[in-house]
Write a new protein. Structure first.
Length: 153
């Protein structure tokens, strides 16, 4: 299902703290700066998750400077949803919100069912394994959707 890279992509999930920041960071790392990439959450009540930072750092993807934001904050800051070519929802709640917000725009919304690793695993290593699984699912979907990366991670 490899398709040409869009001009702009918005990744979204529930809190913009785990899955969507990982997707944003990996998209930028894998495909460079030719595509404008952002992420948002249905709500913004959490900061970037430390386990997300750790498992992405293993692939040399920097997330520690990420600042979580909601759809509403994104629009308040001037990022109009209608300016994105593609919205990729990584959770059911974000898919519903994206479809609701984009019903007046002609843009594509895709749903990628990515594991929510929060709350999984009792030990640090088990938690990291869950986050790695989510990270690897995102990476695989990115490559399936957009083809071979322009940079290897």
């Amino acid at each position: 299902m490899t398709q040409e890279l869009p001009q702009s992509v918005l990744f979204c999930c529930d809190h913009n703290a785990v899955r969507s920041p990982m997707a944003e960071g990996m998209m930028k790392k894998l495909y460079g700066t030719g595509t404008y990439v952002q992420s948002a959450g249905v709500t913004n009540d959490l900061e970037i998750d430390g386990f997300s930072i750790a498992v992405c750092q293993e692939l040399d993807v920097e997330l520690s400077r990420h600042r979580s934001r909601s759809f509403d904050e994104m629009e308040n800051w001037g990022d109009d949803l209608g300016s994105f070519d593609l919205v990729i929802a990584l959770s059911p709640a974000s898919q519903r919100r994206a479809l609701e917000l984009t019903r007046f725009y002609h843009l594509e919304v895709e749903y990628w069912p990515i594991l929510d690793p929060t709350g999984l695993g009792e030990t640090r290593e088990a938690k990291l394994a869950s986050y790695r699984q989510a990270r690897d699912q995102i990476k695989e979907r990115l490559i399936d959707r957009f083809g071979p990366p322009t940079q290897i991670i």
